[in-house]
Write a protein that binds this ligand. Structure first.
Ligand code: TNX
Length: 505
């Protein structure tokens, strides 16, 4: 959307009026309630931002908004009203009705924007909505100086699910701290609140463990295709966690085991228990490695790994993988998963595992991530466990869009934009068991950030909406036009994306 053109009755003069219908705005995810008022707010060089709260986390969100307005419009919003100030953005904590921690209310009037929430996170989510409502271009026919008209009305909003995630596989190919930080900034814009990092696999161990230094020295030294690999030092990891936290995003670390552990065993051969030192692996096969599940040393090792990572991870979750352990005996697998669960709990984290873990005798607080096997998801529900949905044929970011996509896989099918968007988590399991959704991006088939982005965008934007917006508020046609409205943002962020022919970009 841009500006609506009105031709006046006296014919000659053409006046450009701004779009003032807030229900036409390209906001993603679609908010819970939008009420239009048609009284646009004028953002200009005199606009001030007033924060009625002294807590540092709220003040920080205000600073963040000032920075983002500057980036998009060039305007420096003042923190005190100026002589000519006619419009004020007000941020404050208040008792809004919702009990959801991420809920916010936004009221946009002619001279004021009121953004309120019960928490800094709610404010932060609301700020993303404000950012998306600011038009790309100023409307200079209204005044001698530039004015960005924000459409007026009221938005009452909160997410449907508390876990709205994407996973990045930094093991098959490594992506550095600066890139992950940029990625986090884009996720935040679409109100995604979890970044799941797949930190270990057969091809690479990517996180420094002080008590087992060879993991990164050896296990981090290569990747699929034989490239140089890499790893995060603990300082790097803390840096990522802090950047995520500043964007109200939780990092979920994953150490995949007992399968997918070739890089670990190549670093410390004692872990596989078969008396052999495996070579570093740079191929793309899965399911050939396993830890020795009956070795106490293995559990000492896992204890150290989970403890060191947990101590740097403020979020409540620890993902232990558990998928495709094809060379681990069934009883060994079940025993292993249960024993690892107790280690995770000892470190005060809630365990997450890929759906195979549901077969083990686990605590109902443990979370099952459905990716492939519906029986496993059913088992989880029977055990009263919460489930994260990642159905591979709908939510896998590494599947090709169509047969022409140069990278990606198609083992779970092709996933064009409509297939990615048009499905309901509730069609898989009853709503009360759904913690949320996670869209995984496995990285076997690409090694550049431009290819990474081509697979992630724009599908990830649709998964952000699936996690936030209720099914009654989702509509493919309406989404299509709002998605077209994201092109300017993606361009500004220098994000590569697939120009799907289904969208009128
Ligand atoms: C299956 S999904 C895997 C990954 C692969 C992916 C490729 C899952 C839990 N395991 O190891 O990278 O397929 O699409």
């Amino acid at each position: 959307i841009g500006f609506v053109l009105f031709v006046s009755c006296s014919s000659e003069t053409k006046i450009t009026l701004p779009e003032t219908d807030i229900t036409n705005a390209s906001v993603i995810p679609k908010p819970l309630k939008i009420i239009r008022s048609d009284q646009g707010f004028a953002l200009d060089k005199y606009t001030a931002l007033i924060i009625d709260d002294l807590s540092p986390d709220i003040l920080e969100t205000g600073q963040y908004l000032v920075g983002k307005i500057k980036l998009k419009t060039g305007l420096t919003v003042s923190s005190i009203p100026l002589n000519n100030t006619k419009s004020i953005i007000r941020i404050y904590k208040s008792d809004i009705k919702s009990e959801n921690d991420e809920a916010y209310e936004l009221e946009i009037k002619k001279d004021t924007i009121n953004l309120s929430a019960n928490t800094a996170t709610g404010i932060f989510r609301g700020i993303q909505t404000i950012r998306q409502l600011i038009p790309e271009m100023p409307n200079d026919s209204l005044s001698s100086h530039n004015i960005w008209i924000i459409p007026g009305g009221k938005i009452i909003d909160e997410p449907q699910y508390e876990y709205r995630s994407t996973m990045l596989d930094v093991s098959r190919h490594f992506f550095d701290v600066d890139y992950v930080k940029k990625y986090i900034e884009v996720l935040a814009y679409y109100k995604i609140n979890i970044l799941h990092l797949h930190l270990s696999d057969d091809q690479g161990w990517r996180i420094e463990i002080k008590s087992w230094p060879k993991l990164t020295e050896i296990g981090g030294s290569t990747e699929v295709g034989g490239g140089p690999g890499g790893f995060y030092t603990q300082e790097d990891y803390k840096d990522i966690v802090a950047h995520a936290k500043a964007h109200h995003i939780t990092i979920v670390p994953e150490i995949d085991m007992p399968g997918h552990t070739n890089a670990a065993s190549a670093s410390y051969p004692i872990l596989n228990g078969n008396g052999q030192t495996p070579k570093l692996y740079t191929g793309t096969k899965v399911g050939f490695s396993t830890f020795d599940t009956r070795s106490d040393t293995v559990y000492l090792f896992i204890d150290d790994v989970i403890r060191e990572i947990s101590s740097m991870t403020p979020g409540p979750y620890f993902h232990i993988g558990g998928d495709e352990s094809h060379v681990t005996k069934k009883e060994d697998y079940l025993y292993f998963i249960k024993r690892v669960e107790s280690i995770v709990q000892k470190c005060n984290k809630r365990m997450i595992g890929w759906d195979e873990v549901a077969k083990s005798d686990l605590d109902s607080t443990t979370i099952v991530q459905f990716w492939n096997n519906r029986e496993n998801a059913k088992l989880a529900v029977e055990k009263n466990m919460k489930v994260i949905l990642s159905p591979a044929n709908k939510a896998y970011l590494d599947m090709k869009y169509d047969s022409l996509t140069k990278i990606g896989y198609d083992w779970a099918g092709l996933i064009p934009l409509d297939t990615a968007y048009i499905w309901n988590p509730e069609d898989y399991i009853p709503d009360k068991y759904i913690l949320g959704i996670d869209a995984p991006l496995w990285s076997e088939t690409f090694d550049t950030t431009s290819d990474l982005e081509l697979l992630a965008f724009p599908r990830l934007i649709g998964y952000a909406e699936l996690g936030w917006t209720t099914s009654g508020n989702r509509d493919w046609k309406d989404y299509r036009s709002r998605l077209a409205g994201q092109a300017d943002f993606l361009k500004r962020m220098d994000i590569n994306y697939y120009r799907s022919p289904l969208i009128e970009w």
